[in-house]
Design a protein around this ligand. Structure first.
Ligand code: GDP
Ligand code: MG
Length: 151
């Protein structure tokens, strides 16, 4: 949603979806406050935060970020519910705005010894579904700003 369309000032609604515990709230906290809190609490319902960044051409982008909870009992709060990435992607492509931008994020990239999805599989899945793919770590801040910039 590019609501305000002053050429140099964009407003973008961004929704984080994914299973509980994958690090959505930590990604937002890292991006918005530059912090990582390993004792952070489970998101209840959904939380809303904003952050504005300047791109290289000095365009500013204000992200209006909806950080959803992954629990089914909050399904009524999130019009699209999902039980796996593939379903979420189909829902978004069907019901999202036609120019929606999708990014597949592999978080916790700092935990290399616990890797569950290869970079190659992540890339292939994203490419097949018209999404960006990026691996991040909210803990080390690796690729967090890049995630939002690429989107
Ligand atoms: P959410 O349910 O998707 O919002 O997940 P949270 O942001 O609440 O994070 C769930 C757990 O994963 C917490 O214990 C975080 O400290 C941890 N976590 C989140 N991001 C990272 C990361 O990039 N690296 C590591 N090692 N742990 C993370
Ligand atoms: Mg959360």
């Amino acid at each position: 949603d590019h609501g305000d369309s002053n050429a140099g000032n964009l407003r973008v609604k961004l929704v984080l979806l994914g299973d509980s515990g994958v690090g959505k709230s930590c990604i937002v906290l890292r991006f918005v406050r530059g912090q990582f809190d390993p004792t952070s609490k489970v998101t209840v319902g959904a939380s809303f935060l904003t952050q504005t960044i300047a791109l290289q051409d000095s365009t500013t982008v204000k992200f209006e970020i909806w950080d959803t909870a992954g629990q089914e009992r909050y399904a009524a709060l999130a019009p699209l519910y999902y039980r796996g990435a593939a379903i979420a992607v189909v829902e978004l492509q069907k019901h999202g705005s036609p120019d929606i931008v999708l990014a597949l994020v592999g978080n916790k990239a700092d935990l290399q010894d616990k890797r569950e999805v290869s970079v190659q599989n992540g890339n292939e899945y994203a490419e097949k579904n018209g999404m960006f793919f990026i691996e991040t770590s909210a803990k080390t801040a690796d690729n967090i700003n890049q995630l939002f910039e690429v989107v």
